[in-house]
Design a protein around this ligand. Sequence first.
Ligand SMILES: Cc1ncc(C[n+]2csc(CCOP(=O)(O)OP(=O)(O)O)c2C)c(N)n1
Ligand SMILES: [Mg+2]
Length: 688
Amino acid sequence: MDFSTGSVGLGVAQTLFSSLVQDYVRAHGWMEDRPEGRMVALVGDAEMDEGNIYEALIEGWKHGLRNCWWIVDYNRQSLDAVIREGLWQKFEQMFANFGWDVVILKHGMLQQQAFAEPGGDVLRDWIDRCPNQLYSALTFQGGAAWRKKLLDEIGDQGPVSALIERRNDTELAALMNNLGGHDMPSLLDAFEKASKHDRPTCFICYTIKGFSLPLAGHKDNHAGLMTPAQLMAFQESAGVRPGHEWDKWEGAKQDAAKLEAFVHDAPFFAKGTRRHTAAGITVPDKLAIPANAGKVVSTQMGFGQILNEVAREDGEFAEHIVTTSPDVTVSTNLGPWVNRRGLFARDMLADTFKSERIPSTYNWEFGPAGQHLELGIAESNLMIMLSALGLSHSINGVRLLPVGTVYDPFIYRAADQLNYACYQDARFMLVATPSGIALAPEGGAHQSIGTPLIGMAQDGLCAFEPAFIDELAVIMRFGFDYMQRNGDGDPDETTWLRDQTGGSVYLRLSTRPLEQPVREMTEELANDIIQGAYWMRRPTSNTSVMIAYQGAVAPETITAAGLLAEDRRDVALLAVTSADRLNAGAQAAERARQRGNVGAASHIERMLSELDRNCGIVTVIDGHPLTLSWLGSVQGHRVKALGVEHFGQTGTISDLYHHYNIDANAIVHAAQAASSGRVVRYLRALAT
Ligand SMILES: Cc1ncc(C[n+]2csc(CCOP(=O)(O)OP(=O)(O)O)c2C)c(N)n1
Ligand SMILES: [Mg+2]
């Protein structure tokens, strides 16, 4: 198994996106002599209720999906109950509608042979009309119940009675349980036929849940366990001797040596490991950025600038980046990259606006060399596409550097898909913008509060929220390297982070333009940015209050520090670039100390140890205050945490920052409350 699943519909969609990624890799000439594979999913019939399957179907159709099989285990049971009648017809119509072949395997060979006997057509007709519930109940009850029911309902119809009577109870039950999905010859025949073409194909395979077990067909059989007596009977019927349960080929009716040879030579095993690896892509020492110093630029704009600079360069690094976006390519600033690198499609498709000479900022040309995969609006598909792209090294043996853009609040819409991608250890960079309440004038609905906490809590995802473009360039460089790492999980004893393990990266960016600092990016500063925080203003022995911020609220904290200057000496300012990494380091170092490594210290612990014990801390973020409030627990400092707990208002950024008490005035109030000393002047009333 290359992808995990679990009745969540995600593994199913993953096969579809993985087929598209294979097409991408092939079109870029990276498949070498490897033959194309077919991505196959086994799908529960109740699992087909999962919405992300339908979202994926539409996307697959748009991209000309090939080489994908979905095999539906049509046992007509879910966890709780027996499913609706006639669902197969809806599946059949829907898949056909999206250009899939549909193959229905309803009857096994035993049934087909019986249908050919005199009266067989009557039996077939009865089976076709039998409601799912009744079929399940009779399956559970067994041969005698089948006989009674069949004879009651069709037993007076001549030849069919003889057909039934020719079979004893065991044979009759075997006949009625012989549905297409349990019949190896039928399955092999269907797969053989479908393997002659590359069209996506859905197989609807009738089966019985709990086939051949005493709990078969019972509506309560989900996760059912057999009694010891039932298990012993089952063991005996399977020809497995007590004490030989784990012997290879135990119970197999064929010759073991022959079976061994057959399996050994089967293509699946003969070709060796199916899990590929790929050479790493060297990331440049530095990512270029235009001269921004003193200019007013948002991190979202900076992201566009950085990728635009990468797009100018030839070479392996730029070629292996692949971007994708759910209909927000332009509004997340991927436009400049796409203009240079083009959109991906197996066939060329010109931009008609360009050929008609209509002025447009964006060049929307598709072709096999394109490096941007444009998706429809459904964020679920973005995350599963990132999952598929981010596993290309192990599936296709080709390392891709996927970058996906999304509006930050819509991470919630696809948080499970994101979690699934991380669980599978897919490697990608998720760039989320706009974020927070900073998109204030655009309206309240798309503001995000809790996403920094998702960034901190999501395993396999390392989250950053820079304020300035030079920080972003350092973080993206790190990210492209981090995405490719695959070392063991022991923490580094200086940072207490598991950086050599690698993982995916989440960048929470903002549309709020900020004046860019004039400074040199020293190695020390770059290192601090990667670790998660640097001193914007270092504390001294006189410092009685420190302000820590993450992201777009940087100017408010700088203003507040200025307003405080006359009443609090040497206000310290901590620029946090990754609360996630600071927290991970502090947690790991604490665990190490509890295990006896008394000298263990993480980045944030070292930084906050510079503060006097009585120093107060104010934290600020355009997001949930919990993201940073834990800083008070690092060395036991008093903390006042500012942030956003409610959302939905529309206004200017300063209106909203005032309204939610994350403006400079609110920071000064909090600083006064967090530290002793005289009353601070320049205070205005807090918003209520
Ligand atoms: C998203 C999600 N919700 C709930 C569950 C709990 N769950 C596990 S199996 C199952 C029913 C699956 O039925 P089906 O897909 O028909 O598989 P079958 O058990 O019939 O093989 C449910 C609801 C789950 N695994 N995933
Ligand atoms: Mg089922």
